[in-house]
Design a protein around this ligand. Sequence first.
Ligand code: ADP
Ligand code: ZN
Length: 723
Amino acid sequence: MQFCQVIVDIAHSQVDKVFEYSCPDDLAVGSRVKVPFGGRVVEGFVIGVSGAPSFDASKIKPVKYVYDEQPALVPECFSLMRGIAERYRVPKAVALRLFLPSEMRLGRVNEVFTKYIKLIDPDISLNKAAKKQSAALEALREGDREFTPFCEQFGRAAVNAIVEKGGAEVYKVRRTRAPLSGEEEEFHPVELTPAQQRALEYIEQSPKTVQLIHGVTGSGKTEIYLSYIAEVLKRGKTAIFLVPEISLTPQMLRQLRRRFKGRAAIMHSGLSAGERFDEWWRLRSGEAKIAIGARSAIFAPLENLGAIIIDEEHDSSYQSETAPRYSTIEIARMRAEYNGCKLILGSATPSVESYICATEGQYGLVELPDRINKKPLPHIIIADMREEVKRGNASAFSRALREELAQTLSQGNQAIIFLNRRGYAKTVICQDCGYVAKCENCDVSLTYHSEENCLKCHYCGAKYHMLSACPQCGGVHLRYGGTGTQRVVSDLRELFPKARILRMDNDTVSGKDGHYKILSSFGRREADILVGTQMIAKGHDFPSVTLVGILDADMSLHFADYRSGERTFQLITQVAGRSGRADEKGKVVLQTYSPENYILRYAVNYDYKGFFENEVKIRKATGFPPYSLICRVMVTAEEDRAALEVLKEVYFAIDALKQSDEDEFIFFNKMHSPIKKIQGKVRYQVLMRLKSGKLLPCIYDIAVRSSTADALAYVEENPANLS
Ligand code: ADP
Ligand code: ZN
């Protein structure tokens, strides 16, 4: 008998301890078990075993049940568990859950097994009358048989009888459901360009753990990632490759399957629960060596990691918005350091934060300023929508975009029309002069709240009267947000009655599968124009697309967010990158009410460095991240009273913290959250802007301590959305 240390699978800080049980000698670390706990039986994770108990052995209860499988948790989990629990102040069980497919816990998915039967002893004594039994036994001499058809052939009773007598044995083999095609296709390696080779050599010899590849769209970053992964596999190691929206990029999936075949496990939201679970096991068992997927694939059960790659590293989907609210890059860094391997971040538009790290020398930096074969980046034409309004054009399309569309269609090419729906209908914009209402204290745009008919600043809570006329030009053509996809499609039908149009947005398509179908159909050229929102901006490679129209480029510019400029620059660059990827030159028409805006000017010239230097200056001057930290403690509850009690508790605790360190706080207040109620829960917040992160652990502790059974308090760092 030995003893094991167990973390029980209960997400509560009061039981966030290690408990000891006695267990069989062969129990391995990482196994899942069932243990008696407080009068119940609960699931738990074995995080250690020892020969001797740490206290009175007579008081130690035995483990009730051991799951008969390879230990689910890889050894690295325990180090990461401590890192995550410490950093994000969550119970260790919550940290461990990240490493298991949800289907596995709580036994929600039936694993699919195939049963076989094999011969053990051909000479067992059988009743002479039992002809079927002896025939069955005889048949097994030829080799193992699948159980179900075998029973059909010889009869269930006969088969059971020979098993009972010890003549044969039934065993199970896990059956895996292999999703997605692409494996049949042959892979033809390309020769790397000198720039790609230099990039790989640089990364290889650099002593820095984190490497940033800043390369324009189409510069061959993907090829660099895949070559690096191939090299890592050759050395007998494993890799994790993260992309923001793999289920939306059919070409990427096919490419990966073609190149890595069964060695790649692809974890994406389009898989069924069973498929996800099977892919997970293929990684855990060592059959698959590369985990490919969105954010959560960073927790892939791989040992001996040789590389972690995060493509489109600036993408906001890498920030988890549910507990624990982790940053994927932070977790990836922990794993890279644990394994002594490289973390490669790549983007055409790195986040300001990452690029600062690269220019200041914390990260290695690879620059790829040219497209493969020096193909030019698409030319971006700016259409001034104020002029269109003056000319009496009330449609969603400028003259320039109409003309370019007509030309693209007549040449038999495809076009993408991109609508910016984020922050939609919330910003007030003057159509005559491009004026946008901003907060006097914070220099971010205000958000319209219809229920109170007022404008609010999400950073300081200030309220302003709704405008009836533009304070800048006196004009009365005030518009709330942009045009909807439906309207755009009907305008297009009128302008180009013969064009085949596909529409893709969250309102019209149900499930990721629907998106995938629309994109594949567009990829097969079954339509001429694709109209869509944010989700069509990412990484697609449609060779016949030679025109991209961006409607309402301004809308994200005037987001009530300090990252508005950054988001707009990223979005325009990403969307523009969809045009002219193959032989023909691409064009982009960008429609705006503020053509003089500096962000648009940098974007039009693909001037990332210019944008970056300017942005850094602004962030420094205004004290926004990364030169400060925006921290919000949210309090949500069903009942107003319960929420207010917790809010008070949080507020006074942080206020006490502030008394002892006045200097750290640039801003501090408690208030209603800009949206007071979501899904029936009231929302309050304590909002702060801090000089550094040094008080964060205390603030996390305050949130944990103050939460009650009726009201939850949690911390958000630099939240992407302050509503
Ligand atoms: P990025 O990821 O930077 O947008 P990709 O890796 O997708 O760029 O490359 C852009 C295009 O160039 C793709 O069509 C790809 O197949 C092609 N490509 C990449 N590397 C090479 C190479 N070494 N030789 C020829 N074509 C290449
Ligand atoms: Zn403000």
